[in-house]
Design a protein around this ligand. Structure first.
Ligand SMILES: Cc1cc2nc3c(=O)[nH]c(=O)nc-3n(C[C@H](O)[C@H](O)[C@H](O)COP(=O)(O)OP(=O)(O)OC[C@H]3O[C@@H](n4cnc5c(N)ncnc54)[C@H](O)[C@@H]3O)c2cc1C
Length: 505
């Protein structure tokens, strides 16, 4: 049997980012994917029992990081024909009484709408938006090395110390750090006066599914809120998330790589001989398959990796738009549903205690707002998920419907079909989400940094053996950075490739 250079287990965006980078360096790469189709958390699928010919995003739907991450900026999705469309409202947060926080793409317009909190919003996010490259580098960096923390910032290429890049990161870094401490701790209520501004930022912080306020949630909120006002906004790929991973596979195949679907790797003997193996999986899966190749101490540390709380997905089919009480809410690519900051805190607190919240945090996206090709006449898919405790078996369709109906009276009347995937069943279509943990590991501040362990190299777990999934820095999201960081280390260590491959089309 011929010896491959690299095998990648899993075809999520991180696995494919690793595969593309390695293939671009001239190596022989094979990707093995357990599921029948490629893409992991970026798949778009038909659900014939729900609607004939309609496509649904199985996991991720909204993609600020698909234009902003250093990997994707180098890979350049739009030059490959992937259209990332961002509506002029990035995200919205409806409240009782016909009120709503609206995050326009335009920061000044957002501030204007927030009235008395406009200046405070601008002061918090303006500097981060203006320096989004630096902020993105910090947030999506490898959390270990100078080079890995300055990726994509002008002046960061090459092997010498990226002095110019680092110098340009000091100011934004200090602002990010102080904003993180403010919004991630007890002082978070001091900045804003209105329910609208408080809820608008907290809805984004809640993405981490951790108790609030938290440093991890604040980090996510500041990055994503800044990107909402930056160049590409909260983008939706035309045709669905699948367009992103399809472009990656096209590039991989054009450079000699191959992908095999329906190939679940259960043990080391399922792997073809290769000089290096990359796991786009959780640490638990890696240990199950290759644990005996990992040193005892590292193995013990990987076993301590914590999984987090969960999401239960509900896909709806609607025969008209969601009748949001505040019409601007219906122009957003994402709507955070859950009420005021205090209600969001209470809901996440319940989940962190293993309880289902009476009024859960719900994320909602109608892709046709940005991409009319997702419509079938007036009929459209509606992507939603609710935060629930890890391992929840509950069908949350009614809870999600109630939450949306609260801010969009008449919602029930436009629903023509729905399907729930309870958290406990998430693993069936992607074993990287144990118990429904869509972050592939709790997104606490500690685990956003010490992911999957505190080791100086979070990716190489043994010689020729790498973890490259969302369980490594920088964590969850469709950004490809875990795969890229891992592949770049392996190029140097396993293959003595010193110059980094060009990823441009
Ligand atoms: C409901 C939901 C909504 C989300 N929304 C967003 C969003 O809007 N925007 C965003 O940026 N992110 C979102 N995310 C997160 C994002 O999808 C993930 O963080 C991202 O896909 C992680 O990429 P990855 O490559 O690390 O792993 P994944 O995309 O999870 O891919 C891992 C792949 O490995 C395969 N695999 C695992 N074990 C094996 C094995 N033993 N053998 C073979 N193959 C294996 C899996 O089948 C899977 O295809 C969402 C996730 C979920 C579940």
């Amino acid at each position: 049997m011929t010896l491959l250079d690299a095998v990648v287990v899993g075809s999520g965006p991180n696995g494919l980012a690793a595969a593309v980078t390695l293939a671009r360096a001239g190596l022989g790469v094979r990707v093995l994917e357990a599921q029948p189709t490629i893409g992991g958390g970026a798949r778009t699928v038909a659900i014939p029992e729900l609607a004939d010919g309609m496509l649904f995003d199985l996991c991720s739907a909204v993609h600020p990081m698909a234009w902003a991450s250093p990997f994707f900026r180098s890979f350049d999705l739009s030059a490959r024909g992937v259209e990332l469309v961002a509506p002029d409202v990035a995200y919205a947060h409806p409240l009782d009484g016909g009120r709503a926080g609206i995050a326009f793409r335009d920061l000044a317009r957002t501030a204007d709408r927030l009235g008395p909190d406009g200046d405070a919003w601008g002061d918090l996010l303006g500097p981060l938006t203006a320096h989004w490259r630096q902020v993105t580098a910090l947030a999506l960096g490898d959390k270990r090395t100078v080079h890995g923390m300055a990726e994509g910032v002008p002046g960061s290429g090459g092997h010498t110390l990226p002095v110019r890049a680092l110098a340009s990161m000091v100011g934004p870094g200090l602002h990010f750090g102080s904003a993180l401490l403010e919004q991630g701790g007890p002082r978070w209520d001091r900045r804003f006066l209105t329910d609208e501004a408080k809820a608008l930022l907290t809805g984004v912080a809640a993405h981490n599914i951790t108790p609030l306020p938290s440093l991890g949630g604040a980090g996510t909120a500041l990055l994503l809120a800044a990107l909402a006002h930056a160049d590409g906004g909260w983008a939706i790929p035309v045709g669905g998330s699948q367009a992103i991973v399809n472009a990656m596979v096209r590039d991989l195949e054009a450079h000699g790589g191959t992908v095999e679907t329906g190939r679940r790797v259960e043990s080391w003997s399922d792997l073809p001989p290769a000089r290096a193996v990359f796991f786009d999986t959780t640490p638990s899966t890696l240990l199950r398959i290759a644990g005996d190749r990992v040193r005892l101490r590292r193995r013990a540390a990987l076993r301590r990796f914590q999984y987090g709380n969960a999401a239960a997905k509900v896909d709806f089919v609607l025969d008209g738009p969601v009748p949001w009480q505040v019409p601007d809410v219906g122009r957003a690519s994402t709507v955070h549903v859950g009420g005021t900051r205090a209600e969001l805190v209470a809901a996440e607190d319940s989940v962190s205690h293993g309880l289902h919240a009476d009024h859960p945090v719900v994320l909602v996206s109608d892709p046709s707002v940005a991409d009319p090709s997702r419509l079938s006449g007036p009929v459209r898919p509606l992507w939603t998920y609710a935060h629930v405790p890890a391992g929840s078996t509950q069908d949350v369709t009614e809870a999600v419907t109630r939450q949306i109906e609260r801010f969009a009276p008449g919602f029930r009347d436009v629903v023509v079909g729905s399907r729930c995937i309870p958290a406990a069943q998430m693993e069936r279509h992607n074993e990287n989400y144990p118990g429904g943990d869509i972050s592939a590991g709790a997104a606490t501040m500690w685990q956003m940094v010490a992911r999957p362990t505190l080791a100086p190299d979070p990716y190489q777990v043994a010689e020729g053996l790498y973890l490259c999934s969302a369980s490594t820095p920088p964590g969850p999201g469709v950004h490809g950075m875990g795969g890229w960081h891992a592949a770049r280390r392996a190029l140097l260590r396993e293959f003595d490739v010193r110059s980094l491959p060009d990823l441009r089309p």
